[in-house]
Design a protein around this ligand. Structure first.
Ligand SMILES: Nc1nc2c(ncn2[C@@H]2O[C@H](COP(=O)(O)OP(=O)(O)OP(=O)(O)O)[C@@H](O)[C@H]2O)c(=O)[nH]1
Length: 203
């Protein structure tokens, strides 16, 4: 299984590149890499072409979004990942979910491997989390055909593959693992919460 850290965003709401924001002395993107490393055969970074230089310290493969499907949402990103990683199953994780751990990734992977699904998408209170999910290589022909028809909708993709929504409770993953940081306010709030847990000894 290939782990793919999605780090090609523009961080407009955050105000600076959030892949490099600090979490406990580690940049966000490295934290996501660390969460996937123990459970994946290889971890790659998914970035935009113009960001390649920013991630030059990353030792693994840097996969860039591919024309003509750059900026076409998750399907365009998945297309680029599958096209450039040689047809393996892909476990994706956005760089802005610093509370998602290797243990959480393991739970997702274990569930997927016991199923015959093409895609496993966790949900939190009914909200799908397609960026922290697993996609089998057999999704590729569906994605390619859809993109060729100019259809970038995840909903259409879900109509064509065998997939399952799995509530985080069923996976045994805490809701907060899926907290994603879009702005400074959420960043500060999550940092304070994590700090309090450490002080209370509840973490
Ligand atoms: N490779 C790649 N990753 C992306 C792209 N857009 C977003 N991401 C990643 O997907 C995750 C979710 O992104 P968002 O927070 O929704 O978007 P963002 O562009 O980072 O932030 P905003 O500019 O505030 O919307 C983050 O980990 C991003 O780094 C893209 O075009 N290419």
């Amino acid at each position: 299984m290939i782990g793919a850290v999605l780090a090609g965003g523009e961080s407009r709401r955050f105000g600076r590149p959030k892949a490099f924001a600090d979490w406990d002395g580690t940049p966000f993107y490295e934290r996501a890499v660390d969460a996937l490393n123990p459970v994946c055969d290889e971890v790659v970074l998914s970035v935009r072409k113009d960001q390649l230089g920013d991630f030059s310290e990353f030792k693994g493969k840097r996969i860039t979004d591919l024309a003509p499907y750059e900026s076409c949402g998750p399907l365009g990103g998945l297309y680029a990942l599958m096209e450039q990683t040689g047809g393996d199953t892909v476990l994706t994780l956005p760089c802005d979910m610093p509370l998602f751990t290797a243990c959480d990734a393991q739970k997702l992977k274990a569930y997927f491997e016991q199923s015959d699904l093409q895609a496993l998408i966790p949900s939190v209170n009914g909200r799908l989390q397609p960026l922290s999910a697993i996609y089998a290589a057999s999704c590729m022909p569906v994605i390619t055909a859809q993109l060729e028809h100019g259809n970038f909708r995840m909903k259409s993709f879900f109509d064509q593959v065998k997939w399952k929504e799995i509530p985080h409770t069923e996976l045994g993953i805490a809701e907060e693992a899926f907290s994603n940081i879009n702005d400074q306010q959420t960043y500060e709030h999550l940092k304070r919460t994590a700090q309090r847990r450490r002080t209370d000894g509840t973490d």
